[in-house]
Design a protein around this ligand. Structure first.
Ligand code: Z16
Length: 831
């Protein structure tokens, strides 16, 4: 093993190769060394966790070298740097991904085999950081992967939640939440940086005074003080030397907390207050669509944003450049409205703390930030009640008012006779008790606004942000989401990845468009055979996992029809169920009918306070219970709920799917990213014209996509025309039979009350238009079954899907952000 260059002076002294070497022999030695010196164990008495920790530290050592070199390169070159501000990250298990990035999967496997150990068993032990709810947090993690792989200087800023998204258990068919204790065994991937910490103040009041130069100054007499401490996790690019930084903040008590002044000798009381400081970063809010009005949530947002901006200012100070050029150094992306308080906080830091004048500060602020919107759901657009906002952030409210005053003055010049429009544009919603509209603050305080799929961006500009689109059409951009092929193909589906590499060479791993080379193989019988083999292996592996976990025997030869995502009415898991119940009814009436065997799998968590979503989980499990023990269904229909859906489970689910369910009401799903992961793994999609489905269908070709249902415009018109779901129920006998079976208690041991709320909603309001799309959906599923009967046809469609999914790499998405929004370029780190 050639030793690394020592010239930089960054490699510590000692037996250097044991901490950097990439050969199987060096890895084996390093592993044993760590097992002894970090875990205090030897192989004969080591536990699974000891082995996991020892291997993780082995890998971490190798990352640290690249990490240090990356920081040095950035310091020397002073490049413009992306700061991704996100309240959520869902990176998934680190160990396997880091082995992949370093190119040492095979060497590590060999090293462990030499010790009689199995790499996969060790990988399986990792507790993933569930620091996000779903698509938004996972997108942030895919973006961090692509930024590093494209060698873009970037820092991901967020919150180190002590408890991530809850673990889901299923008891008697119901979701039960238990707390996520991901830090229980310690976290080998993070480096705590006690020296990188910032004070964060809240509450109190402001004083406006004139200083000795006659300048107006604002003092914030805060009521409470916290401290944020940095925890850094390396993010390695694939096949490059770049290792970027994910910097998450943990809340602690401020050290200079004054016991005597505040607590008059109440020592224990003072310590209790310190402990309470830690609650800010204690737990992730488990709602995928907003949760406004919660004080702690606002505290979390402000806490991580303030730490991040103070950190950026500290880094900026090392460049020696004048503060008015802040925006030349940093491009900060607001991942949804969650970090949007950053607009007011940067203004406060620049004006109040660093003495810039307002116009200079505003110029820097506007050029620093850009805003990504992830939802059109009105209930998900964050707005903070004014009394709460004023209580927590009195100085920021003044700043928001000043931003708004200047903005509305401009708008009144532009629209002198349109007070209604001015009220609509205002950052303040005047309906009592009044609110701060965070999407408006983000739109005014940044230089770009983007949606996450073409349809979503169009709807954004014509509905929720229409007034802003009218004034600043050029600020709006589309950036269709993407997913990382490293985790979701190479790691999740090694068999298919090998087949692709054999056919195309390995260029596709960093340039996904190269998958197009598969088109010529779509009809090749030998290649098709190998394709089906690869799929079957993943299906058998998932079947085995489920059998081991829940005792569900499922047949890998059956059609795996999968819907895996958060449970939400707009995503319509219950439309899928109406189809399942329809198949059940058909088989009951014609037990000898020739239908292909199907296994319908569901996975996903419901927000703990979302009663209807939890009832949908119960219904899935209730239908499963009846269907799976009915002898008439034997081998033809099975229903399975996969518990505790997370990134790790997802990695075993996507590769096993034949059919991907993307059936949200058109106009509701901003993009979807699961749709991309399924298709990239050779599943065919049954879906509506919603979110990125529209673009996926265009890319793979309409013949290779099962489309059904109303489009977004038709959905709007259907509702406007006085939608009456009950009439549809009366008119369609199969629909009526399915609904009646659920309503009558067939899946509830005769209890006709259990699913009443769900049935009543469908027949009475049906906000998400299930009944309007039911017939089209069921007929489309019949076309799916027909296609499935012809394996050559199905496989051809699957191959063409994969061949044409190149556009949906997060590398493409990130390259577009870099070019159109961030104006940043790669800064190569040399090996
Ligand atoms: C989230 O995951 C998303 C939107 C949102 O407002 C909040 C959360 Cl936690 C999702 C969208 O629902 C999904 O369509 C999209 O693909 C994803 O964000 C990433 O953009």
């Amino acid at each position: 093993m050639p030793a690394r260059k020592q010239s930089s002076g960054t490699v510590p002294p000692g037996p250097e190769h044991t901490r950097t070497g990439l050969s199987a022999e060096t890895l084996r030695q390093a592993f044993l060394d760590n097992l002894f010196y970090i875990q205090g164990r030897f192989p004969e008495i080591a536990t699974d966790d000891d082995r996991y920790q020892a291997l993780s530290y082995t890998v971490r050592d190798r990352l640290l070298h690249r990490w240090v070199r990356t920081i040095q390169a950035y310091k020397e070159r002073d490049p413009r740097t992306v700061c991704y501000l996100s309240a959520e990250y869902l990176p998934g298990p680190h160990l396997a991904n880091n082995l992949l990035s370093l190119g040492i999967v095979d060497a590590t496997r060999e090293a462990l085999r030499g010790l009689g150990l199995d790499l996969d068993a060790i990988l399986d032990h990792e507790e993933e950081p569930g620091l996000g709810n779903g698509g938004l947090g996972r997108l942030a993690a895919c973006f961090m992967d692509s930024l590093a792989t494209l060698e873009i200087p970037a820092i991901g800023y967020g919150i180190r939640y002590e408890y991530g998204i809850f673990d889901q258990k299923i008891q008697d068919g119901w979701q039960v939440e238990t707390s996520d204790t991901w830090l229980h065994y310690g976290n080998p991937w993070e480096v705590r940086r006690p020296g990188i910490c910032y004070d964060v103040r809240i509450g109190g009041r402001t004083e406006h005074v004139t200083d000795e130069h006659g300048r107006l100054r604002v003092h914030w007499r805060h009521a409470d003080l916290f401290r944020g401490v940095a925890y850094d996790t390396p993010v390695a690019g694939y096949g490059v030397e770049t290792v970027n930084l994910l910097r998450l903040w943990r809340a602690e008590a401020a050290e200079d907390f004054d016991f005597t002044v505040f607590n008059q000798g109440d020592y224990v009381g003072a310590v209790m207050r310190k402990v309470r400081s830690e609650t800010i970063s204690k737990v992730l809010y488990p709602n995928d669509e907003a949760d406004s009005g919660k004080r702690l949530r606002l505290l979390q947002q402000y806490f991580f944003v303030s730490c991040s901006l103070q950190d950026m200012l500290r880094i900026f100070a090392t460049t020696g450049r004048p503060l008015a050029e802040f925006h030349a150094k940093f491009a900060a992306q607001l991942n949804d409205t969650h970090p949007t308080i950053a607009v007011a906080e940067l203004m406060r830091l620049l004006v109040d703390e660093h003495g810039l004048d307002w116009d200079e500060a505003w110029q820097a602020t506007r050029h620093t930030f850009a805003y990504t919107n992830h939802t059109l759901l009105p209930e998900a657009l964050e707005k903070w009640p004014l009394p709460l906002f004023a209580d927590v952030l009195p100085r920021h409210l003044e700043i928001v008012y000043e931003i708004n005053r200047r903005f509305l003055d401009d708008m009144r010049l532009r629209y002198p006779d349109d007070p209604a429009r001015i009220a609509r544009l205002s950052i303040i919603d005047e309906t009592p008790p009044k609110y701060v509209r965070m999407a408006h603050l983000a739109s005014v305080g940044g230089h770009a606004i983007n949606g996450v799929a073409a349809l979503h961006t169009r709807l954004l500009g014509t509905t929720v942000l229409k007034d802003f689109h009218d004034i600043w059409p050029d600020k709006f951009q589309n950036k269709t989401n993407g997913v990382t092929p490293r985790r979701f193909l190479m790691l999740a589906n090694p068999g298919l990845a090998d087949l692709l590499t054999e056919a195309l060479g390995d260029g596709w791993t960093r340039d996904l468009e190269r998958l197009r080379g598969l088109e010529g193989l779509a009809d090749d019988p030998a290649f098709q055979d190998r394709w089906r083999q690869a799929k079957l292996i993943r299906k058998a592996a998932l079947a085995e996992r489920l059998r081991a976990g829940q005792g569900n025997a499922i047949d890998p030869a059956s059609l795996f029809d999968i819907q895996a995502k958060r449970i939400h009415e707009y995503k319509r898991q219950h439309l899928n169920l109406l189809h399942v119940v329809t198949l059940y009814n058909r088989l009951k009436h014609a037990p000898d009918a020739d239908v292909p065997a199907r296994t319908v799998l569901f996975g996903g968590k419901a927000a703990p306070g979302y009663a209807m979503a939890k009832l949908i989980i119960k219904l899935i499990n209730a239908v499963a219970e009846v269907v799976n023990r009915d002898p008439d269904m034997r081998d033809r229909l099975k229903v399975v709920f996969v518990p505790d859906y997370n990134v790790k489970v997802a990695q075993s689910v996507y590769p096993a799917a034949d059919l991907s369910e993307q059936i949200s009401t058109a106009g509701m799903e901003a993009s979807g990213t699961g749709n991309m992961k399924f298709s990239l793994n050779g599943a065919l999609t049954i879906g509506t014209l919603d979110g990125a489905n529209v673009e996926i269908r265009e890319a793979v070709g309409p013949d290779n996509f099962f489309l059904f249902g109303l489009d977004a415009d038709e959905a709007v018109r259907t509702r406007a025309a006085g939608y009456r779901p009950y009439a549809l129920y009366e008119r369609d006998p199969e629909l009526r039979a399915a609904v009646d079976l659920i309503a009558g208690g067939h899946f509830a041991h005769g209890d006709a009350g259990l699913f009443r709320p769900l049935v009543d909603h469908l027949l009475g309001r049906d906000d998400y238009l299930l009944l309007a799309d039911y017939r089209a959906y069921v007929d489309c599923q019949d076309r799916v079954a027909d296609a499935w009967r012809d394996p050559a046809r199905w496989t051809r469609m699957a191959i063409l899907n994969v061949a044409r999914m190149g556009r949906f790499s997060s590398d493409r998405a990130i390259a577009e952000y870099c070019r159109d929004i961030w104006n940043v370029a790669p800064a190569r780190v040399d090996g």
